[in-house]
Design a protein around this ligand. Structure first.
Ligand SMILES: Nc1ncnc2c1ncn2[C@@H]1O[C@H](COP(=O)(O)OP(=O)(O)O)[C@@H](O)[C@H]1O
Ligand SMILES: [Mg+2]
Length: 246
């Protein structure tokens, strides 16, 4: 099996001195879909932002065997489609078409190829017909789908999603899960939505305080309530009782 992601002893400090990641070791193989779970502030987004070189730590990581460094950034960003948690960070054009076309235009595809890629990407997320809409007037669920389309238009080999279900109502969330599940590429998803993880990822790591504290099959990790509680991912027993008090 091919190593898609290869990270050795990665640490990362933010400019203010805060340590976001501590000695991360992680190998992800092509057939795995990986969930990165952990409480708020665990370092999930920090880790994801390393996968296409937006952030770079002390050690060079490899994605698809390619060191993520200046000279490989273009290639890395074509292969790794990273979708931010907040779609407003990804969508900046006046029309959906322009946002989804941005990557392919930047990569130098012909006008015809750009049109084909936009059409295909929008179809994959069930948003065909939205080309001329303004991204900023869409619902959160629609924006999230368009944000995913902006990376699908580059045919990425790895899809990286940062909290894809945040701010979504249950119907929008499950329809997004359905969309993502149909996509053929390997996925890495940061979330603390355990329903979403169960539906989309076979393997799960728990990050807490910038450290990988658990790594295993999603079933094993999500069934370990003690482990989930220890890292703020499941309520303590006494809090569960609050439900019975109403
Ligand atoms: N730009 C920044 N400067 C300083 N600290 C940051 C910055 N961004 C995030 N952090 C800190 O790094 C830690 C990890 O953040 P983040 O990766 O966003 O966590 P998560 O995505 O798991 O909620 C948090 O303690 C957060 O406060
Ligand atoms: Mg985050």
């Amino acid at each position: 099996m091919d190593k898609i992601v290869d990270i050795e002893n990665l640490s990362f400090f933010y400019p203010d001195g805060h340590q976001g990641l501590k000695d991360i070791n992680l190998v992800v193989y092509s057939a795995e879909n990986l969930a990165v779970i952990g409480p708020n502030g665990a370092g999930k987004s920090t880790l994801l932002l390393h996968l296409n070189g937006i952030l770079r730590g002390n050690n060079t990581i490899k994605v698809f065997g390619l060191p993520v460094e200046e000279k490989n950034l273009k290639e890395t960003r074509r292969k790794v489609g990273l979708v931010f948690q907040d779609p407003d960070d990804q969508l900046f054009s006046l029309t959906v078409f322009d946002d989804v076309a941005f990557g392919p235009i930047n990569m130098g595809y012909s006008e015809l190829q750009v049109k084909q890629r936009v059409a295909q990407a929008l179809k994959l997320v069930g948003m065909d017909g939205y080309e001329q809409r303004s991204p900023h007037h869409l619902s959160v669920g629609e924006k999230k789908r368009i944000a995913i389309a902006t990376v699908l238009s580059l045919n990425p080999e790895l899809l990286v999603l940062d909290e894809p279900s945040s701010n979504l109502d249950p119907r929008s969330k499950w329809s997004l899960i359905e969309v993502v599940k149909r996509l053929p590429m390997t996925r890495i998803i940061a979330a603390h939505d355990l329903e979403l993880i169960r539906a989309l990822c076979q393997r799960t790591i728990i990050l807490d305080g910038g450290i990988i504290v658990a790594d295993g099959s999603t079933t094993n990790i999500l069934n370990d309530v003690t482990l989930l509680r220890a890292h703020g991912l499941a309520p303590e027993e006494k809090l569960l009782k609050l439900q019975a008090d109403i």
